[in-house]
Write a protein that binds this ligand. Structure first.
Ligand code: MG
Length: 157
């Protein structure tokens, strides 16, 4: 068994879609980033890579590489799963928390868990996606962006 942790945050920006856990969330602003800036999927990817000691999302998918410009982070997650599998591991479960002052994410959490579970090769009952409010504290509380934490448990195949 191997455990990993991932953390990411992205700033809000005008004129982009908001994608979290591979799910399009209706909102006037999206997140700034080289890919689709899916902060939750990025945290999950880093948790998976960390559990297998395979480095970081920035090493595997550098934001200087034009191949990853505007790409769906689910495609990056698929490639991460290939790396994890090649290293001899499969996913047991993943848990995660999104920290966002806005928008209200509760109606979308189940869809995010199902979307991620499909890519992770596990039942959706093995993927936790939660949302918490920063209670108006700090940059996240000032609605400047969204952050996400994730943990992943892997087992040897
Ligand atoms: Mg990121």
């Amino acid at each position: 068994m191997r455990i990993g942790i991932g953390y990411d945050q992205h700033a809000f920006v005008e004129g982009r879609r908001l994608v979290l856990g591979g799910v399009l969330v209706p909102h006037p602003r999206g997140l700034r980033g080289h890919s689709d800036a899916d902060v939750l999927t990025h945290a999950v990817i880093d948790a998976l890579l960390g559990a297998a000691a395979l480095g970081t999302i920035g090493e595997h998918f550098p934001d200087t590489d034009p191949r990853f410009a505007g790409v769906s982070s689910l495609a990056l997650l698929d490639e991460t799963m290939r790396l994890v599998g090649d290293a001899g591991y499969r996913v047991v479960n993943v848990d995660s928390v999104i920290t966002a002052q806005e928008p209200r994410l509760q109606p979308h959490l189940g869809n995010m868990a199902r979307t991620l579970a499909q890519r992770l090769g596990v039942a959706s009952s093995n993927v936790g996606v939660k949302a918490t409010s920063p209670e108006a504290l700090g940059a996240l509380g000032r609605r400047e962006g969204i952050a996400a934490h994730a943990v992943a448990l892997l087992e040897a195949i």
